[in-house]
Write a protein that binds this ligand. Sequence first.
Ligand code: MG
Length: 266
Amino acid sequence: MRVARYVHDGEVAFGIVEVAAADGPTNGAGDETLTVAEIAGHPFGPIGFTGVRHALGAVKLLAPVLPSKVVAIGKNYAEHASEMGGDVPEQPLIFLKPSTAVTGHGDPIAYPPSSQRVDYEGELAVVIGRLCRDVPEERAMETVLGYTCANDVTARDQQKSDGQWSRAKGYDSFCPLGPWIQTEVDIDDLRVTTEVNGEVKQDGRTSQIVHKVPKLIAYVTSCMTLLPGDVILTGTPAGVGPVQVGDEVSVEIEGIGRLSNRVVRR
Ligand code: MG
């Protein structure tokens, strides 16, 4: 199931993205092969449909969840840790991105004037489906609603100069998520690519993740309660690099989707 959050005619709703029937609604823009079936309420429980359906091209996708927090993992792919001049830490290295950094597919990434070096970081994002604390690793996957693509946008110069990462990782729009949540995908070995203006910059696989998702959930929830809609970013593969104003950055994960955002001047 692909769970999207979107706005149509000023109304925000969750819906399930489906391949349209041949006689389904169209918007004339060529996007009519996918539709979104509106669900009643939210996706964190039994799902009921309202019967309303739109062509995907007729809605504006939003970030698929509004997390209370985004917990991110640093240096969780060996080659990326090495390009940053270190090793993968023995225990997961966690930091927070504020909920206000979250933005959706197609929304701009705002390049702040205070930074001279803003980088993309394509990542697999885990969306938590229920309130949980002190989750044992063996039961961690029970807490997962699904997965989406993320870009852990980073003001690299400030990450280095500040010594801790809240500002560098926390600017508004520095956490694109989307385009939707895929609830049925095996994440053991998925290709993760990041493109800038169509050129592949990162090309990794989730099999290269060192601290795996169940361990991350156990580790994070041994510290803090996770709420439905909270997000864990699992770290980025090698190949991080800068973006410039005007660039289009796309993070694509096999079996999940493609998240694209343009960089604009803040
Ligand atoms: Mg990252």
